[in-house]
Design a protein around this ligand. Structure first.
Ligand code: UDP
Length: 400
């Protein structure tokens, strides 16, 4: 099969953890890799974003990353320009695809236009939905929600990461449930595997004598970083020794850029840390390469993800695959990954008291964290990109 993956919004090679580059990029890269390992040909179409490399890159024997010149508009015209650029490329190179698979709603708009021109099926994965941003962080983008509705009504199949995302598509967009396939993402077990705590800390030059709490995520209000910091403040009020014995590491964001420190979210956080005198135990590490993350997960005593919304939550699955003890809010995909008190711990979203109590209890109990980490590792083995690709291929074959 020859499959065209459309990624208008960002390129799988963009630095992860910065701006919008996160789970979707990891997903696209691993999906393409697994499909080609099964003998299929994948072309990923992205917008040109750099002159530092060739416009067409071979990422493996049968994956090409094709950068096309197209403006980045968030309005509905941008995806159409991109679709025209793809169509021209496909015609010039005389390419034939079995199907299109679009990621995020803007790519979905590109996909709809191309589907009509090329007369091939369109598979859509949203990764995140406008209606959920409205519900959880009060960002009400009606144009986006209407565009999503149009894609939902006109694409051939929708792929959701969890049963909950399927329910959201049905409840908020009146999607036909029969058109939705639930296929959860995977994790790369070659990369994310248990490693020694001391070894990882030495490699990362982290202290051996402190308890480490790790947060990994893009700087986005959905990630709930403010909740974690408020919980830490509450702990320091109860336990004055916390600041000497604990370190909170924050991974994500381009800390070298001025824009990062100008971001309203970050400014509020910095102000909070100053006022509450927390600067000593909270460290901003910025984005880290994907290949360094296993060491961080292994070095941490607790990986915390306090998101107010999370369509899946790859960070938690990666941490579990490294055998880390994880604590996350009971939202979205996180409540499917974590079985409370069995392979990790869940807290009620937004409940700072419960979050801080759970951090304290877990950090005091070394055997419990070990037990949770071991179950987390075992449960993570049910997830792989290979299984993900197998299920998608079964779906693709119904259409191709
Ligand atoms: N990530 C990374 N370096 C960073 C921050 C994040 O490699 O500095 C990766 C992380 O390993 C994960 C992805 O970005 O694979 C984030 O995915 P997740 O589903 O947790 O969040 P999303 O970005 O989709 O909201």
């Amino acid at each position: 099969m020859r499959i065209a993956q459309i990624s208008y919004w960002s390129c799988p090679l963009t630095r992860l953890g910065v701006l919008t580059a996160g789970g979707m990029n990891v997903y696209l890269f691993n999906l393409a890799k697994s499909l080609t390992e099964k003998g299929h040909r994948v072309d990923i179409f992205v917008r040109s974003h750099s002159t530092e490399h060739d416009s067409v890159l071979d990422l493996g024997s049968s994956v090409s990353l094709i950068h096309l010149n197209s403006v980045k508009y968030e309005n509905l015209l941008g995806p159409q320009y991109f679709a025209k650029a793809i169509l021209k490329y496909v015609k010039d190179k005389k390419l034939e695809y079995n199907l299109l698979h679009a990621h995020y709603y803007l790519s979905g708009l590109t996909g709809l236009w191309l589907k009509n021109k090329l007369k091939i099926p369109l598979i859509q994965t949203f990764h995140t939905l406008g209606a959920m941003k409205k519900k959880y962080i009060a960002i009400d983008d009606q144009k986006r929600i209407q565009a999503e509705k149009k894609i939902i009504d006109n694409c051939d199949v929708l792929v959701s990461s969890t049963q909950l995302e399927k329910k959201d598509l049905v409840d908020y967009y009146k999607a036909n449930p029969e058109k939705i396939s639930v296929i959860n993402p995977g994790v790369d077990h070659q990369l994310f595997a248990p490693g020694g705590k001391n070894y990882s800390r030495e490699k990362l030059k982290l202290p051996l004598d402190k308890k480490i709490i790790l947060f990994v995520g893009r700087i986005d209000p959905v990630k709930g970083l403010n909740l974690l910091l408020e919980a830490i403040f509450r702990i320091t009020e109860i336990d004055p020794q916390f600041k000497n014995n604990y370190q909170v590491l924050l991974i994500g964001g381009d800390i070298e850029s001025r824009n990062y420190w100008q971001n309203k979210n970050i400014k509020d956080i910095i102000n909070f840390l100053k006022v509450k005198d927390l600067e000593c135990c909270i460290k901003f590490l910025g984005s880290r390469s994907h290949s360094d993350l296993p060491y961080f997960y292994s070095a941490a005593d607790l990986v915390v993800l306090p998101s107010v919304y999370e369509s899946f939550g790859l960070v938690i699955l990666e941490a579990m695959a490294c055998g880390a003890a994880v604590l996350a809010s009971k939202v979205g995909g996180l409540k499917y990954l974590i079985k409370d008190n069995i392979n990790g711990s869940l807290f009620k979203s937004g409940d700072i008291r419960q979050l801080s109590d759970k951090i304290v209890t877990l950090l005091k109990d070394n055997p419990k964290r070990q037990e949770l980490g071991l179950s987390a590792y075992r449960d993570s083995l049910f997830y792989s990109w290979e299984k993900h690709a197998d299920k998608l291929l079964t779906l693709y074959k119904n259409f191709a």
